[in-house]
Ligand binder design. Structure first.
Ligand code: NAD
Length: 550
C-alpha cells in the first residue's frame, strides 16, 4: 500500500448561497484544487437563453458539419488524454488507469458511434401504411431536437457521464446547459474547453457551477428536456419538479446490482470479476457488484479466491494533478502510478459504507477482509471489504452502499438465485457467471434489470451501442446507443396525401347509408372467413361512389 502524509480534513460542502464561491478538493489529499462560483438562478436562466438562440443555428447546420466539430474534438481529446485523465483523477480520486479506460476511452468510442450512426438516425424515415385506404398517403417520421437539454451529473464518473450525454444531445441538434456535481466540476470544464477548441459555438455548451440549488435553478429555467444522473432521493425531487412543468426527463439513478455465480463457472475468472466489479472506482459505480450470490458447491472456494485477490490490491492515490501543479514529475513506474483503488469521494459516503458493514456484522455476517477506514492514508480511504453469509435483512443487501464492499451469500438452485437477485427495489444491471453461455443467457431473461451481462461485469457501460438505464427505482429512460439517441429527439410524423384533388370518402356528407357501408368495409378488412369478407365488400361498394361529399 502507498502511504501518503496525513492530510487536513476538508469541511463538507456547505449548502452554498448562490453568488458565493465554493472550493473543490482532491478527495485523497484534501488539497484545494480550485474555487468556482455558485451561479445564481438569473445567471443560469441567462445561460439557457443564450443556448436557445444558438440552438436554432445549430439545428439548421448540416449533420456532416456538426460531425466535423466532433472529429476535431476527438483528435484534441486523444492528444490531451493524459492531462484530462489527471484532472479526472485529481478531483474524483480514481486511479489514472481507470480515468483512461472507463472515462476517456469510453467518450472517444461514443464520438465514433455518433459519427457512424447519427447521420442515418436523423434521416427522414418512411412509415408504410397497412390499411389499404391509407395506401394513397406517404408517411414520414422526422426526429426533431428538443432545443436546450439540461444535464445534471454526479461525481463518480465526472467526465464520461456528462460527455456522453452532452455529445449525444449536440449531435442530434440540441444545445446543452450542463450542471456537473459540485464535487467534480473540473472534468466538465475540460469537456467545455475541448469542444470550444474544436470549434463549437460557446453558447451551445455552457457549464454552470454550483450545488443542488444550481441544479434546481436549471430545472426551473427554460430547458425543454432534463437528463439527470444521480441518487434516487434527488431523482425523485427532480421528477417532481419536472412533472410540475410536464418537462420530459431521463433519470439514471442508483443500483444494487446482483452477481450470480453458477457452480459450473470458472472460479478464478468469476472471483477476479467480483473483486474488480465491487472495488473498481472504490465501489462508487452505479453498476458495481453490490450483492454476490454463489452456488453452494463453489461458495467456500470462491470466497477464498476473492479474499486472496483483495489482499493484493494496492490502495492509495494517483495525485497526478496535484503533483503536476506543484511541478513534481510523476514517473510512470512510481508507486503512485500503480494503485488499484483510490479514496472515496467524501467522508459522508464513507460513513454510509461503514454503517452498512457494521449493521451486517451485527446481524451475523462474517468479515473476511477490510471492514475499516484506512485513516493512515487519509479520511476518505476505506479498505476493500468482503462479507460472507449475508442475508436480505441487512442494509448491505437492500440499500445502495456505493463503496468498496463485496457481500456474498450462497444459494442452492437457479430459482433461488433469480428470486434473490429480483428481491430488490433497484433494477439497473446484473451479471451471471457460468461456463454454459446458453444457461447464462436463459437465466438473464429472468433477472429484472436494464442490462444483464453473462461472464463479464460493468463493461456494458463501455459499449457505445448498448442502451444504459434501469427499471424500478433505478430510473426512467436510457442513455447510450440508439435508445439514448431517441431520448434527445421528439418524433414528428408528417403525412402527405398523394391525391391532392380528391376529397376523402370518410369526410362529411355521410347520408343515411354510409354507416352501413362502413360496416361492410370493416367486414371486408377484418371478418373471419372469405364469404363474410366478400359480403362485406359488396355492402361497402356504394361508399366508394358517394357523390354528396361536402
Ligand atoms: P446526487 O443525487 O447527490 O447529485 C447528483 C447531481 O444532482 C449533482 O450535480 C447535484 O448537485 C444535483 N442536485 C442535488 N440536488 C438537486 C436538486 N434538488 N435539483 C436538481 N439537482 C440537484 O448524486 P451523487 O451523490 O452526485 O451521485 C451518486 C449517485 O448517482 C448514486 O446513487 C449512483 O448510483 C448514481 N449514479 C447513477 C448512474 C446511472 O447511470 N444510473 C451513474 C452514476 C451515478
Amino acid at each position: 500500500m502507498t502511504t501518503i502524509p496525513q492530510p487536513q480534513i476538508a469541511p463538507a460542502h456547505p449548502n452554498a448561497e448562490p453568488g458565493t464561491q465554493f472550493a473543490v478538493h482532491n478527495p485523497a489529499t484534501q488539497e484545494v484544487i480550485g474555487t468556482l462560483p455558485n451561479m445564481t438562478a438569473n445567471q443560469i436562466a441567462e445561460a439557457v437563453a443564450k443556448a436557445a438562440a444558438a440552438q436554432v443555428r445549430w439545428a439548421a447546420t448540416p449533420v456532416r458539419d456538426r460531425m466535423r466539430v466532433f472529429s476535431r474534438f476527438a483528435e484534441l481529446l486523444c492528444d490531451q488524454k493524459d492531462s484530462v485523465a489527471a484532472v479526472i483523477s485529481g478531483e474524483a480520486g480514481k486511479p489514472e488507469a481507470e480515468a483512461m479506460s472507463t472515462e476517456v476511452m469510453v467518450v472517444l468510442d461514443t464520438v465514433k458511434y455518433l459519427q457512424n450512426h447519427v447521420p442515418a438516425f436523423l434521416k427522414p424515415e418512411p412509415v408504410p401504411h397497412g390499411n389499404p385506404v391509407m395506401k394513397l398517403k406517404g408517411g414520414t417520421l422526422l426526429r426533431e431536437p428538443y432545443g436546450v437539454v439540461g444535464i445534471i451529473s454526479p461525481w463518480n464518473y465526472p467526465f464520461n457521464l456528462p460527455s456522453i450525454q452532452t455529445l449525444t444531445a449536440l449531435a442530434t441538434g440540441n444545445a446543452v446547459v450542463l450542471k456537473p456535481s459540485e464535487f467534480t466540476p473540473y472534468s466538465s470544464l475540460e469537456l467545455e474547453k475541448l469542444l470550444r477548441a474544436a470549434g463549437l459555438d460557446p453558447d451551445l455548451l455552457q457549464v454552470i457551477t454550483g450545488d443542488g440549488a444550481a441544479g434546481a435553478a436549471l430545472l426551473a429555467a427554460n430547458v425543454q428536456k432534463i437528463v439527470f444522473t444521480g441518487s434516487v432521493a434527488t431523482g425523485k425531487r427532480v421528477a417532481q419538479a419536472a412533472a410540475a412543468r410536464l418537462l420530459p426527463v431521463v433519470l439514471e439513478l442508483g443500483g444494487k446490482d446482483p452477481m450470480i455465480v453458477l457452480e459450473d463457472a470458472d472460479i478464478d475468472v468469476a472471483s477476479s470479476a467480483a473483486v474488480w466489479g465491487a472495488f473498481m472506482n472504490a465501489g462508487q459505480t452505479c453498476l458495481s457488484v453490490e450483492r454476490c450470490y454463489v452456488q453452494e458447491k463453489i461458495y467456500a472456494k470462491f470466497l477464498e479466491k476473492c479474499v486472496e485477490k483483495t489482499k493484493k490490491l494496492r490502495i492509495g492515490s494517483s495525485c497526478l494533478q496535484t503533483k503536476a501543479q506543484a511541478g513534481v514529475p510523476v514517473p510512470q513506474d512510481s508507486p503512485e502510478s500503480e494503485i488499484d483503488m483510490g479514496p472515496m469521494i467524501h467522508e459522508r459516503q464513507l460513513s454510509i459504507v461503514q454503517s452498512h458493514v457494521k449493521d451486517a456484522v451485527a446481524r451475523g455476517a462474517r468479515l473476511l477482509a477490510g471492514g475499516k477506514p484506512l485513516t493512515q492514508l487519509g479520511p476518505n480511504f476505506f479498505a476493500p471489504t468482503i462479507l460472507a453469509d449475508v442475508d436480505h435483512s441487512m442494509k448491505i443487501m437492500r440499500e445502495e452502499t456505493f463503496g468498496p464492499v463485496l457481500p456474498v451469500r450462497g444459494f442452492k438452485t437457479e430459482d433461488e438465485a433469480v428470486a434473490l437477485a429480483n428481491d430488490s427495489e433497484y433494477g439497473l444491471a446484473a451479471c451471471i457467471f457460468t461456463n454454459d453461455r446458453k444457461r447464462g443467457e436463459a437465466l438473464a431473461r429472468r433477472v429484472q434489470a436494464g442490462t444483464v451481462m453473462v461472464n463479464d461485469v460493468l463493461t456494458c457501460f463501455g459499449i457505445s451501442e448498448a442502451p444504459h438505464g434501469g427499471i424500478k427505482a433505478s430510473g426512467i429512460g436510457r442513455t447510450h446507443g440508439r435508445f439514448g439517441l431517441e431520448e434527445m429527439v421528439w418524433p414528428k410524423y408528417v403525412d402527405s396525401d398523394r391525391m391532392p384533388r380528391m376529397k376523402k370518402l370518410w369526410w362529411y356528407g355521410y347520408g343515411p347509408a354510409f354507416g352501413q357501408q362502413m360496416g361492410g368495409f370493416i367486414e371486408l378488412l377484418f371478418a373471419k372467413g372469405l364469404t363474410k369478407r366478400l359480403r362485406g365488400g359488396v355492402k361497402s361498394t356504394k361508399s366508394y361512389l358517394r357523390r354528396r361529399l361536402l
